[in-house]
Design a protein around this ligand. Sequence first.
Ligand code: S3P
Length: 435
Amino acid sequence: MSRLDWSSQAGRPLKGSVRIPGDKSVSHRALMLGAIAEGSSYIRGFLEGEDTRATAAVLAQLGVRIETPSTGERVVHGVGLHGLCESTKPLDCGNAGTGMRLLAGLLAGQAFDSTLVGDASLSKRPMRRVTGPLAQMGARIDTREGLPPLLIHGGQPLHGIRYELPVASAQVKSALLLAGLYATGETEIIEPHPTRDYTERMLTAFGWPISFIPGHARLTGGHALHATAVDVPADFSSAAFFLVAASIVPGSELRLPAVGLNPRRTGLLQALRLMGADITVEHPRESGGEPVGDLLVRHAPLHGIELPEALVPDMIDEFPVLFIAAAVAAGRTVIRGAAELRVKESDRIATMAAGLRALGVAIEETPDGAIIRGGSIGAGAVESLTDHRIAMSFAVAGLVATGPVRINDCRHVATSFPGFLELANGCGFRLQQVD
Ligand code: S3P
């Protein structure tokens, strides 16, 4: 993939309604459960991102027929729990940690071998957090010293375990639950802090018995999944860029319709409100078993906060853009308890600190967070290190910077947010590709 740089600069107030693409976490799971269900599942609102398309391609390689009736729709013709076929070629998860970790759980229980590979960024991300507990369940998975590729040996009988997660991770929880479908006995997961429960909710929708409450999930193997329709809400993590953008640009007023508001995802909403943001949820409702609502965000002066640590897991993907809000807010923002940011698509604490410093913002990095002194954002050039959320966060920073912000290497934005540039420019950003 060739390099792609952006330049973002101050424009007019942000106005209008922005239709945010589908949720990445839900789209991955809908494909995977649809693939091993009996019957054909219809997915509406599917994220046409590179990450989720990579998962679809992997499942196709494993013998699952997936149709695309139109953009944002998929029909997954399930092959049943034991109907996947061996792929002679490696399975490429692209940039997607969710794809690789969940597939590791799903493939650990198959009769055949599989090799999961990823791009340069994914190849640096820790996998022992899934391969360790999967091994306790009886799986055999070889790694390159804990990193991808993953060579998953098939034909290993799995048994359920009781596992207390050392870090809050929905990916690890979900991998173990998917392996648990193929295990004898009970798989029980206990989390140090509740994480997004899409796997649990979706297993229920596909008819697999599972009991779960926040922080705790239990299921047994040996049932069947039955095809269903999945309505994917708009991704709160993608909406986050517009929530911060409209909050910091004077005169802005944006509407974001039908955004997923699962409480395990909306920590940023609470954090921004603590900072003084003016965000209203209109028409709260349920869609496809998930809470959704239309978000109305208006400009408001922000002030720094000590971010409550309890919010961290509920906004784990939103820190890059929170850093931008903090850089604009009056006073100091202190972030602690977020060491997980160091093992995302990039080390998000270091990448954001380097970028903000390059724009003249005073930021002190700590092992598990940062202290940011708000004020003004200057012009300059920053590195996204191919991290999609870093790139979009600095596009937001450009809206209030004293001059253009050049963001180097934005080619991965389409992993989670295809069409970001066009949608952003449509509501008032001045964001362009540069040579
Ligand atoms: C995800 C879980 C989170 C999140 C990622 C998506 C999921 O990762 O950062 O973008 O879909 O389960 P961790 O499980 O590593 O926290």
